[in-house]
Each structure stands twice: as C-alpha cells, then as structure tokens.
Design a binder for this molecule. Structure first.
Ligand SMILES: [Zn+2]
Length: 274
C-alpha cells in the first residue's frame, strides 16, 4: 500500500501505534462515556435556545480542519461522509460564520441583516442574540468538542501557556482522534480513504502522547506564502518607479554639479589678476 509523502515504513508502524493508543486509552474509557452522558443530560434539561458549545473553540477547530486537513482531502478528491464529525455540515456555527463579512480590520458585517460591527466579538454576540434560531444545536454538531483531538490550542490566536502534559488527557484525545479517523476515512472505502486514514493518524493523532516524540501537523498545511508573495510583488512594482525616479534625479543633480565645477575655475582665473 502506498503511504503519504513517500513514507512507506509508516504504514507498517500504524497497527503498533494504534495498539499503543488503545492501551493508553483503556483506563480512560469510563471517563469518556461519563462525560458524554452528562453532556446529553445537561442539554436536555436546558432551554432549547441556550447553546453550550464554544463558538471560539469551534472556530479554532474549523481552522485546524481547514488548514491542516482539507488541502489533503481536496488533493485526493475525497468526499467526507456526512456522519463524519469533521464535515462542514456538522459544525453548528458554520452557516453563521459564512455570513460574517470582514470588510476591514475594524469593520464586520452581518450577512443576514447587513448590520455593521467594530469587532468580531460584537458580531459574535449579535449572532447569539439575533440569529440563534439558525443554529441546529442537535447532538454531535459541536466542533469545539473535538478540540482535544484537533490541537485547537495551536490554532487559537491567544494561546494559553503550555501546561504540563496529562497522560490521561493525552490518551483520551488519542482515542477521540482515532475514532475520527475511523469514521471519516473508513479504510474499506477505497484507496483515497485508506491513504487519508493513514495521513490523519500521522497529522493529528501521533502527537497525543506525553513523550514529546512527535509534533502536531508534521505534514504541513495550506500554503500561506501566496499572499505574502503577492504583497511583495505589488510592493516591488510600486517601489521600482520610485527607485528609478530617485536615481534619475540624483544623476541630474550630479550633472549640474559638474557643470558648475567646470565654470568655477574660469571665474577664479579672471579674479586673480585683479
Ligand atoms: Zn444580523
């Protein structure tokens, strides 16, 4: 089987890594079920319009998916199954986020009612207050719940200082991460799915250990350099005529200077005899 980015040995290692992850996670299984159970119970007791899902963390999770997973999924021309929790349709905030128009640093506009806001936090509040009827807050649509697996802390703008690695939490995240790989890229669904399954384990799941051997996103992400190069090209095009203008003016001044120097000796020469 061909593996991602020319690493043939990684496919051989996969079963061992998966097994190690399972061993780690065995102890924390109980905790996951308890946590999930309490969440459902909590939700059913609440008013239907109250949303217990962090918009900010969901955004960070989406950013991780969009930047470090989707370029590879697109390259394989693979379609995520609708039951996959990474699918855009399973993010309750996706529709609102896509109706967020960012005009300028300090100008955000609501795509539903065209109201303007000075900062993202105000438009977020507006969405919560005015357009919350658009949220489908059904179970399994909170992307923030996947943050543990997706390394959201790395994609959030204001990172918290790194706390000490918690082995139980790492095992929980590893298990969640593997279940995402299994649901989104079932290995029996063809070559693309099995390649992406392998890729997902390397890109997101391997780093859920406390030994610090592997870093998240080792395969890289969406190319961010395009914008930078575009800006650099525009700047060069703007500065080039300015540079030639300065050179031209400088040379003209130099020529004038030489002409003046040529005249000076004559006047000096004339003055001397008198
Ligand atoms: Zn609005």
């Amino acid at each position: 089987m061909r593996s991602w980015a020319g690493r043939p040995d990684s496919s051989l290692l996969a079963p061992f890594l998966a097994a190690s992850c399972l061993l780690l996670v065995a102890g924390s299984h109980q905790e996951i079920h308890e946590a999930t159970g309490s969440r459902i119970h909590h939700q059913t007791n609440q008013h239907t319009h109250e949303v217990h899902c962090s918009r900010e963390r969901s955004r960070a999770a989406w950013k991780a998916i969009d930047e470090y997973l989707m370029p590879f999924v697109e390259k394989e021309k693979y379609e995520l199954p609708s039951k996959c929790r990474l699918h855009a349709e399973n993010d309750m905030f996706r529709e609102q986020e896509e109706h967020k128009i960012h005009f300028d640093v300090n100008e955000w506009r609501c795509g539903f009612c065209k109201k303007s806001f000075r900062a993202e936090k105000y438009i977020d509040q507006h969405f919560s207050n005015r357009h919350n009827n658009l949220l489908d807050n059904s179970q399994g649509r909170c992307l923030a719940d996947l943050c543990g697996a997706l390394h959201c802390d790395l994609t959030m703008e204001f990172k918290k200082p790194k706390s000490k690695c918690n082995a139980a939490a790492a095992a929980r995240n590893c298990h969640l991460c593997e279940s995402l790989a299994d649901n989104c890229f079932p290995v029996n669904q063809g070559h693309s799915a099995s390649r992406l399954h392998e890729f997902f384990l390397r890109q997101f799941c391997d780093a859920h250990t406390c030994n610090g051997d592997s870093k998240p996103f080792p395969k890289g992400g969406r190319k961010q350099t395009n914008r930078f190069y575009l800006a650099l090209c525009i700047l060069t095009l703007l500065l080039l005529p300015l540079f030639y203008l300065i050179v031209f003016l400088h040379q003209r001044e130099m020529k004038k200077g030489v002409q003046v120097f040529k005249r000076i000796p004559k006047t000096v020469h004339k003055k001397k005899p008198s």
